[in-house]
Design a protein around this ligand. Structure first.
Ligand code: 13P
Length: 250
């Protein structure tokens, strides 16, 4: 039985002070513990302040991006080791906003994945089709290509440390979530491909989150699907009550 995993992607929101305040609220709201693993991924500048608030709680810290090199002349970048030292357990890789706005490709995601695993981080690898691809009936083909190429050269043991996030780009920030059935179809296809690539046991153990306009009202129906193992939540993760309600739906 896979344990559900709910992660909040704060994107470019919250200063250190604002992030610490939200983290304090979340620690209070989720104090009872629960059945799901929970993480929040603030911007780099808020990691330390948020991490300090999360200490001793069951909420883990994650980052939204990283570079594949350990150090060097890469102005504006942050390494996996730096994230570990900032208290991160998780790192989101290949989010569609990174792919679409900042030129990330499956190849760069793959390099980042190897570096993240080498540093001991648990990566959350994002995949998902754009609207034109869905409308052309190419969703499964596009997502399979992203999964194959982003996870290239990974062995089955390392795969167990990875979470996948299926985030249809047309559902992100639009208020138009995938239906539970649409999510399930893609999640099941991803799991089938993982079985082919890494064996059935790994495929059954890997968690696949859904992301894209998840909120307190729709979380339960999406999370009830058999191959949906959690959620990667954007906008609704910025309000403690909403995020706590989503965690409570899992
Ligand atoms: P929204 O929940 O705001 O649609 O964002 C989803 C997302 O991109 C999470 O990574």
């Amino acid at each position: 039985m896979r344990r559900k995993f709910i992660a909040g992607n704060w994107k470019m929101n919250k200063t250190a002070e604002e992030g610490a305040a939200l983290a304090r609220e979340l620690v209070k709201a989720l104090a009872g513990g629960g059945k799901a693993d929970v993480a929040v991924c603030p911007p780099f500048t808020a990691l330390a302040a948020v991490g300090a608030e999360l200490k001793g709680s069951a909420i883990a810290l994650g980052a939204q991006n990283m570079h594949w090199e350990k150090s060097g002349a890469f102005t504006g970048e942050v390494s996996a080791g730096m994230l570990v030292s900032a208290g991160c357990k998780y790192v989101i890789l290949g989010h569609s906003e990174r792919r679409g706005l900042f030129g990330e490709t499956d190849a760069t995601v793959n390099r980042k994945l190897a570096a993240a695993l080498a540093a001991g981080l648990a990566p959350i690898v994002c995949v998902g089709e754009v609207l034109a691809e869905r409308e052309a009936g190419r969703t499964l083909e596009v997502v399979a290509g992203q999964v194959r190429n982003s996870l290239a050269n990974l062995d089955a043991r390392d795969m167990l440390k990875v979470t996948l996030a299926y985030e249809p780009v047309w559902a992100i920030g639009t208020g138009r979530n995938a239906t539970p059935e649409q999510a399930q179809e893609v999640h099941a296809a991803i799991r089938g491909l993982l079985a082919e690539l890494f064996g059935k046991a790994s495929a059954e153990a890997v968690r696949i989150q859904y992301g894209g306009s998840v909120n307190a009202a729709n979380a339960k129906s999406i999370l009830s699907m058999p191959d949906v193992d959690g959620a990667l939540v954007g906008g609704a993760s910025l309000k403690a009550a909403d995020f706590a309600a989503i965690v409570g739906s899992s």
